[in-house]
Design a protein around this ligand. Sequence first.
Ligand code: FRU
Length: 508
Amino acid sequence: MYRLLVVSFLFLFFMSCKEKPKQIAMMDYKPAYHFSPDSNWMNDPNGLVYYNGEYHLFYQYNPFGNKWGHMSWAHAVSKDLMHWKGLPIALYEEKNTKDNDTTMIFSGSAVIDSHNTSGFGINGKGPMLAIYTSHVHNNLVPIAQHQSIAYSNDNGVTWTKYTGNPVLDIKSIEFRDPKVFWYTPQQKWVMVVSKPDEHETWFYQSKNLKDWSFMSKWGKSGDTARVWECPDLIELPVAGFNETKWVLFSSAGHPQKPYVGMQYFVGDFDGTKFTPDHEYKEPVYLDFGKDFYAAVSYNNAPNNRKIMVGWLNNWEYANDIPTGDKWRGAYAVPRELSLVKDEKGYRLIQKPVSEFDAARKEVFSLSNKKVDSTFDLTYKGDSYELELTIEPGKAKYAGVNILKSEGESTILKYDVGLNQLSLDRTHSGNVSFNPKFPSIEKSTVFLKNGLLHLRVLVDKSVVEVFANGGETTITDLVFPTKKEGQIQLFSEDGNATFKEVKVYAINN
Ligand code: FRU
């Protein structure tokens, strides 16, 4: 017995001395203040509509897994665009009894039919109504894409699909993503919908949301490298001028081929057709990162605010991003849009909504710091906003390394000579899950009175950069494999002055 004890003791001692296998820290990529589903796959935002004090967010969702498939509309609501409450799935994929086909619920929009033009309301109140693409397929082989509607009389919680669906069918397998809004001057509904393979947006009208008639089409301009999807059309006042312009959006090609991205066109809309201000031989892109796509704006937002929500991903690698088994997909912080005009024409400005600003709490600040190579902030973290005002001065380059650990860093760098802001994620962490992922994003940004102003929203696996008050945005995903989260200011070939450095924690 004793010998047995000694042998057991020696055995246990020997085992405990052996080198233990190294624990690889499981990285948590779930954003803390960006919307993402608790489980499963999510892509485009759908049905963005404000009603009775709540922002509704429906979204492309796979109830059965963490990759694209079985597309349905999931649902969440928020009072402040920052804190979201999940609600039951609104619209499920349908199994069709005949032919074994299935109809997925593809992207679309939602309206509040306050005059009950559709007749689907009850007790003198109009319904909330969703207009979506019914994508019919057999074992994923597309059979049809047409537009269908569904209505809800309980604030979007439960839905009834219209028995007369589809409401708009042109017998095509490429016809999708209807955005519907009320056009006040002519008291009618307008639908903008994509004809993806023709790089066009088509315009329809209706008095009752059930009967739609064709008005016009526009496209084959700007970037036609990829199909056109998820159109949107909004009217915006031009800051400082007594005029409004219409802005048409399309999710399509990207400044760097062959990625997908978004472009926009400024022009006029007379209720029937869109007329751009110029030919758009050169595309105008909305965001210069790889991960801002399928963005659309809210209907009915208070005070005529134009608030846009975009999906943080790129179809080139969307299904492969290494967020773990549980969930896949996140949205950018909702952006408030405005329009400015200068000698070069009209330009869109994108800013995080003011509700985001209200959720910030300053946790670190530094001013007038001269940097002549590198300077590490004492603050570290993986979820915050960093706000910087940089005077590059005589330096050739100035910038900041974020989510930095031994051997890893995401580099935001300004090249003074080229007037170029770049975001380099080639050494940001795990970049090997898809050969298309490692990349450097670039955009022209001019200094203002010798200064560059940057707001950098960092949230575990999300980086959103707003340069010079939202004139330029760069949005990218990153997957650091270590947790140090250092922030390092730098300059190259000369001193740069960091006039103001602030870090904010985001209350979520
Ligand atoms: C855009 C898109 C839409 C389509 C949806 C399907 O990302 O391809 O055109 O409706 O995704 O999930």
